[in-house]
Design a protein around this ligand. Structure first.
Ligand SMILES: Nc1ncnc2c1ncn2[C@@H]1O[C@H](COP(=O)(O)OP(=O)(O)OP(=O)(O)O)[C@@H](O)[C@H]1O
Ligand SMILES: [Mg+2]
Length: 149
């Protein structure tokens, strides 16, 4: 069995921010997966989607549900992450005042994505960022606890 879905993500649209992640959560809830898996995928999806909304020129997400794994990719059209190691540092944020007013900008998102997923890769240049995530459906419950904003 496999199921896939594509989501467009608009830059700067705070009203719609989080919609793709909610839809992904809804799909998983309809498939009786473990609470742990649903939480991990939801947290990572939400953080990755918000990053596209608040830091990029817009992009999209592709969700792929396979028999034993969930694969996600979040792709945007720039301006890219200048220093990925720095961006991964807890508390580092270049979030604008507007996005901070909307509750974002703690500098925790990428960290939470890393803790939530089983595999994570980021490639970035000024033309865009590609974030790929893998979640094992039948993994053990041994993930670090996830802090949320
Ligand atoms: N898609 C992206 N495009 C460009 N820069 C990004 C992108 N995602 C993350 N970044 C950069 O990496 C930094 C850290 O991202 P992270 O998600 O950890 O924190 P944040 O988004 O600033 O705050 P929080 O996620 O806690 O609301 C961001 O402030 C931004 O500089
Ligand atoms: Mg973030």
């Amino acid at each position: 069995m496999s199921y896939s879905k594509h989501f467009d993500i608009q830059a700067g649209n705070y009203d719609e921010a989080g919609k793709a992640a909610s839809e992904i959560k809804r799909i998983l809830k309809g498939n009786h997966f473990s609470k742990d898996l649903i939480k991990r995928v939801s947290v990572a999806s939400y953080e990755a989607e918000i990053n596209i909304v608040i830091h990029s020129k817009g992009g999209y997400a592709d969700f792929l549900l396979l028999d034993d794994m969930v694969l996600l990719q979040f792709i945007d059209f720039g301006p890219g992450i200048e220093n990925i190691e720095l961006a991964m540092t807890e508390g580092f944020s270049t979030a604008s005042d507007l996005s901070r007013l909307n509750g974002f900008g703690a500098g925790m998102g990428l960290n939470n994505i890393k803790k939530s997923s089983d595999e994570m890769s980021i490639i970035s240049d000024p033309n865009g960022t590609v974030l790929k995530l893998k979640f094992n459906i039948f993994g053990e419950d041994n993930h670090e606890s996830i802090e949320s904003n």
